[in-house]
Write a protein that binds this ligand. Structure first.
Ligand SMILES: Cc1cc2nc3c(=O)[nH]c(=O)nc-3n(C[C@H](O)[C@H](O)[C@H](O)COP(=O)(O)OP(=O)(O)OC[C@H]3O[C@@H](n4cnc5c(N)ncnc54)[C@H](O)[C@@H]3O)c2cc1C
Length: 509
């Protein structure tokens, strides 16, 4: 084992290189340090603000009440209507999207995960979720801590037929509504850097190279020899025995494609020499599509929200409903996620519905081998009519909530044409649709590369000796859940398998 601390900066050596220190990357690096004697170097494009206790983290990344707008990669691409463009937010910072997300930690359904073909049993799956939730310090507000808006929205869901439940983080739970499980002890967004890296920050086997963009992996036959990075104006090289790519649903396929791992013809056309012909890289991109109704808060609700905010934290999001559309899969295929926020002249109340079982698929393609160029990203939102029907059913439920005795009297005027129109056309629904920030699937796991699989059920890239991908990109089908906790559980499981897996030349602890 070579300590990564004792080599010149232009050439860094470690047993394992973790590329992307985001949600999954922090789990993988932390677990490898905890459970093996290996040296690990983490390469992260964004800043590493160090341990929470050092006090260098920007306030907006810690404050869990609202979504920060800083540290964004700036990805954009088409929405569901011709000419519509959406932002696809992704965090560029240690901890990745777990450092800027909404902190709702739902689990989805066990059957979704068991269908992926991993070595998960019901028991090990539940164990991975339990451990992840404990690390993320997941808790939930009591009903009497809900804001006046969220309390009314939850009562509206009950009025619309959803049972009150506390099973949002239960892998076997059904339809219902309740306060969201959240990872914000003391109001701090508990990102995976705090959960998994801070406990091992003192180990000199761990090195984090931040503000460094991974350009490409250099292959020698079927083995990765080196990783080439850009840091400021400098080019660095990392040598390692094993490389674990954790760049997320956009970042991981980008690095693979620049490295020649992907559809060989497409790569040649871009001037990239193919290393492994894997047609699935960048394909199978999907996300939960979402549409929402927006109202001003009525005067009484606005006064109560202002009073609440004066006395205690007022989170944008606090409750979630799980519901089933008429044609949807049992036991649920929709999330309802009411949120509120300040406007220039008061408060707004938003009633979004997300389709949890999307059939539409899109793709990410490189536009250039330049590591600083942005790829072309098209999720194919609502290209399958079943998704449009499910989303319409979700919006109808939101309309029922807005008309309920619990919520209706508290709402003010509709804030847009879509909300004001009781029967919006399919075109208007498409034009209003956005997403739930949960892209997955671009390096899908599965047994057969010719059927689009990129990694095997252990996360190892098909055809490679020493390259893994572990993050949201390897989910072959999106689970019926917000994706943060599932990514952490997946990384827990595969990092455990990596640590157990016999490492040549590196004594396991
Ligand atoms: C605004 C927003 C709100 C969300 N809200 C919720 C929520 O409330 N609940 C929930 O469960 N989920 C939520 N999510 C989704 C969830 O956070 C993500 O699914 C999950 O964090 C993805 O983890 P990941 O490890 O796959 O990717 P990421 O966390 O994105 O990690 C990828 C990391 O790799 C780095 N990287 C990428 N490319 C390179 C490169 N070339 N070189 C070096 N580094 C690179 C990135 O900077 C990043 O740190 C939200 C997401 C967003 C954007």
């Amino acid at each position: 084992m070579v300590s990564a601390r004792n080599v010149p900066d232009q050439l860094v050596r470690a047993d394992v290189a973790v590329i992307g220190g985001g949600t999954a990357g922090a789990v993988v690096a932390g677990r490898l340090i905890e459970n093996t004697s290996l040296s690990v170097v983490v390469i992260e494009a964004g800043p590493d603000y160090g341990p929470l206790a050092a006090g260098h983290w920007p306030r907006e990344l810690l404050d869990s009440t609202t979504l920060p707008e800083t540290h964004d990669w700036g990805y954009r691409g088409p929405g569901a209507a011709p000419g519509a463009e959406l932002a696809f937010e992704r965090a560029q910072v240690i901890g990745g999207c777990s450092a800027h997300n909404g902190c709702s930690q739902t689990a989805g359904l066990a059957s979704d995960y068991l269908a992926w073909g991993l070595s998960w049993t019901g028991e090990t799956l539940a164990g991975a979720f339990k451990e992840s939730a404990a690390r993320l310090r997941v808790r939930r507000d009591d009903d009497d801590q809900l804001t006046p808006f969220h309390a009314a929205a939850m009562a509206a869901m009950v009025e619309c037929g959803l049972p009150r439940t506390d099973d949002l983080d239960d892998l076997y739970g059904g339809a219902g509504c309740g306060p969201s499980p959240v990872n914000n002890p003391g109001g701090v967004r508990w990102n995976t850097g705090f959960a998994y890296l801070d406990p091992v920050r003192g180990e000199n086997r761990l090195r984090v190279i931040d503000r460094a963009v991974a350009d490409r992996l250099e292959f020698g036959g079927s083995a990765v020899r080196r990783l080439h990075l850009l840091r400021g104006g400098e080019r660095l090289v990392v040598e390692a025995d094993r490389f674990v790519l954790c760049g997320g649903a956009y970042g991981s396929p980008e690095v693979l494609l620049r490295s020649g791992v992907g559809p060989a013809d497409e790569l040649r056309a871009l001037g990239v020499r193919p290393a492994l012909d894997l047609p699935g890289v960048g394909r199978n991109l999907h996300d939960h599509p979402m549409a929402e109704l927006r109202f001003a808060a009525g005067d009484e609700l606005a006064r109560r929200l202002t009073d609440h905010a004066r006395l205690r934290p007022l989170p944008d999001e606090q409750v979630i409903g799980k519901a089933r559309s008429a044609a949807g899969r049992e036991p649920y295929d929709l999330h309802l996620l009411p949120w509120t926020g300040r406007t220039d002249d008061g408060w707004m109340c938003v009633l979004p519905a997300a389709c949890l079982t999307p059939r539409s698929r899109g793709a990410l393609r490189l536009t250039s081998p330049d590591p600083l160029a942005r790829p072309a990203i098209d999720h194919g939102y609502l290209t399958d009519d079943a998704d449009l029907a499910a989303l319409r059913a979700g919006v109808e439920l939101c309309r029922d909530m807005a008309a309920s005795a619990a919520l209706g009297p508290l709402l003010g005027a509709p804030l847009d044409e879509f909300t004001a129109d009781p029967r919006p056309s399919a075109e208007l629904l498409r034009a209003s649709a956005a997403h739930y920030w949960h892209p997955v699937g671009t390096c899908a796991l599965g047994p057969d590369p010719s059927a689009g699989a990129v990694v095997d059920p252990a996360g190892r890239v098909h055809g490679s000796d020493n390259l893994w991908v572990i993050d949201a990109s390897i989910m072959p089908v999106i689970p019926r859940a917000t994706t943060n906790l599932p990514v952490v559980a997946l990384a827990e499981h595969l990092a455990g398998a990596l640590a157990d897996n016999g490492w040549p030349g590196s004594g396991l602890s």
